[in-house]
Design a protein around this ligand. Sequence first.
Ligand code: FES
Ligand code: FE2
Length: 385
Amino acid sequence: MKKNDVIPLKAYTDPKWFDLEMEHIFSKTWYYAGLMEDISEPGQFKCIQAGLNSIIIVMGRDFRLRAFHNMCRHKGTQLLRAEGKAQKSITCPYHDWTYDLEGDLISVPKMSAEFANLDKTCLGLKRASVDIWRGMLWVHPEENPISITEWFAPVENLLGPHQVEHLVEAKDYKVVEEINANWKIVVENYIDHYHLAQLHSGTLNMYDHAKAEFGFAGPHFAFWEPLDEEYAANLEKHTSMPLIDHIPKDQLGAYVPMLFPGIGLGESEAAWSVFHVIPIAVDKTRVEVRTKVMPASDWEFAKYSMRSASFWMKRIKPKYATEDSKHPLGSADFMQEDIYVCEQQQKSFQSPYFELGPSAEYGESPVREHQKVVLEYLKPFVPEK
Ligand code: FES
Ligand SMILES: [Fe+2]
């Protein structure tokens, strides 16, 4: 029987572990920064908290994306917040040092009086990296990191055939959830095959979990499962949204990879989503989900939704039939089901009476693999068991 002890329980409850993960995982790897269309014109910028690093992505007047550490070279004040549009330059709010969109320092108030012999050319913004991969923006705190294609090369061929740049964002489908659980519990739940047929028996039954194929490729997890036969039998009538038109028939199904660290994708027959796991504290994680679909009119979407309603009415069921309208397991919403079990685990992990049980040989193998990847990053910094 497989033991469940790749990493110790305190990795989920001890703030020191959390700090090490922020420093050695989230601050040293490519970090998801949004969809490529988030920045499309010169001056447009977006600030990203990538682990311990605050990074600005800005489009220059030459339409090139650049990334800088979001700290003034004078005394470190953060230059920009959130997202927006800079005109031709970026000015620090504290003493008005000003940088152009290429990161060069261009003006310093009272320069000759206050700073004799200041060489502005040495005080440009610290450079980070930005790249686009599969329609998404990514940042890295180093100026010359491993390339994004190399970083994702092990998993690239195991992802869906979705042409992300040809899909459009469904803004109504944006989800932000604060989950009272450690980020690894959220990731482990995402990659756990064992729970799919149980916890989600009434909500994710449009895929054939018994035929799922999955495993790790480098630090990344790849997963695919085909459509359930009954659903697939009349897919055009059963789908609640227009089907993505460029997916070959034999590749229909759900691709649900988890890119390291904490970027889940949900690539299905009718939608493409990015599930961004953002660690906030050792026992708190924010998840932001953005979804893209086929470009089609509201009428078209309404048509699919109405046409498929009776199929889904029969098929989607809550885990528990409960009178309590607020109970997550009565919601018939798979995300609420997942959040519920993640939060309940976190509570138990904090109990002195808790002991982890055995780990499912096949269905929970990705959980153990993910823990090995985490441990690989942290090994030099945590004491041996
Ligand atoms: S800290 Fe930015 S100008 Fe002083
Ligand atoms: Fe789940």
